[in-house]
Structures are given as C-alpha cells and as structure tokens.
Design a protein around this ligand. Structure first.
Ligand code: SIN
Ligand code: FE2
Length: 209
C-alpha cells in the first residue's frame, strides 16, 4: 500500500489514489474475493422494471446492496439466504489507510459491494444514496481492466470529468463528492493481466446505517 502522504489526484471533489495497491496486494485481494464469491456468488441484478443490469454483483459485510423486481435496497443476506461473508482484514486496512474516518469515530464499513464488469458492462451516472448516513465517504477499489470513470455533480446534469481508473487505484468519494453523480462509461477490455479472463472488479466500501 502507498504511504498515506503519496500524491493524489483531485477531480470534482473525488480523491484518486493512483496505484494505491501494488501487484502482489491486488493478487491476494483477488484470491480473497474468490473465497467470498464461493459463498456469495455473483448475481445479475434486475431493475424494478425487470431490466437486467450489465454489472454482476455480490457483497461482503453486514449488508449487501440488492436490486430486483421489488426495487433496490440493502439486505443482510445474499438472495440465496446466506449471510454475507465478513469483509477481509486486508480490505478494512485500505479503508483506514486512506483516512476515511478523519474526525469521525473509527468504524468499519458495513458493506463491501463487489461489482464485476465483463467486456460490455457499464454503469450509468447515479448517486450512492441508499445509505442512512452520508458522513463517511464511499471508498472504491479497482481491480483488473481499466475503466472510464465519469464524475459529475450532486445535482443532476452539469459538466462532468472522466478518468481512466487502473488496477490498484483507490477513489475516495467524501465531502461534497459523497453524493455526487458518478458512473462507468466503458472498459478497456483486456488492458490488465490481473484477471485471467479479463474484466474488472470494483469494490465499494460503504457505511450503511
Ligand atoms: C459504483 O459506483 O458502485 C461503482 C463505481 C466503479 O465501478 O468504479
Ligand atoms: Fe456508485
């Protein structure tokens, strides 16, 4: 992990830590995620209208984020009925290392959402606002293929800025950026050798309650 005082990129209030995780750290994270996904397999969520999302999802922690015909929400169980696996210590370390809590009480994140992007997956501009509190940031960890990440505003519309997120990059969405719109336009499929079949994993650490 990069030292806490390493240079960061700031865009529209988003704080990007480039190459925060080295290759060995990325590889061991992927190994831990494989263990989690054996217990809590990736599912392709559908919107309330029944439209399948292009991203596949799972989670670790006290809560996972779910979308199905009943709408979207946080749930304490995987759709298969199993409790979500615990968030690995190595991931909690990243949460604390990017100084997520600052002046707030030290608290572990309650959800580590796991998003898997295949070749044509993307995520439209959205806000993360299904949580009950917005004082803690959302921390995003990118693994695998590069993704074009778009950053907007708290209000709908207005100008946006984009950055290619690479494997090992960590983004902190806090302060004014906590409720800012963001999304993923596309991948550079095959740009990373981390995941043998290609694709991208994005982890987002969230405080839910
Ligand atoms: C998300 O907004 O939940 C995911 C962002 C990303 O994949 O980088
Ligand atoms: Fe999001």
């Amino acid at each position: 992990m990069k030292p806490a005082n390493s240079p960061v990129i700031r865009q529209k209030g988003f704080v990007i830590h480039p190459e925060f995780l080295d290759r060995a750290e990325q590889e061991s994270l992927v190994e831990e995620l494989r263990g989690i996904l054996r217990v809590a397999p990736l599912v392709q969520p559908v919107t309330a209208r029944g439209k399948p999302m292009s991203v596949r999802m799972s989670a670790a922690g006290d809560f996972g984020w779910i979308s199905d015909r009943r709408g979207y929400r946080y749930e304490k169980q995987h759709p298969n009925g199993a409790a979500w696996p615990a968030i690995p210590a190595s991931i909690l370390k990243i949460w604390y290392k990017v100084d997520t809590c600052q002046h707030l009480p030290k608290r572990d994140p309650e959800c580590c959402l796991i998003n898997w992007y295949g070749e044509d997956a993307k995520m439209g501009l959205h806000q993360d606002r299904d949580e009950a509190a917005f004082d803690y940031p959302v921390v995003s960890i990118s693994l695998g293929d590069e993704a074009l990440f778009r950053m907007g505003n708290v209000e709908r519309g207005g100008n946006t800025e984009s950055i290619w997120l690479k494997s090992g990059d960590v983004v902190v969405m806090g302060g004014d950026a906590r409720l800012a719109h963001h999304g993923v336009d596309r991948l550079r499929f095959g740009s990373s050798t981390l995941l043998p079949q290609g694709g991208r994993i994005n982890l987002t650490l969230r405080m839910v309650t």
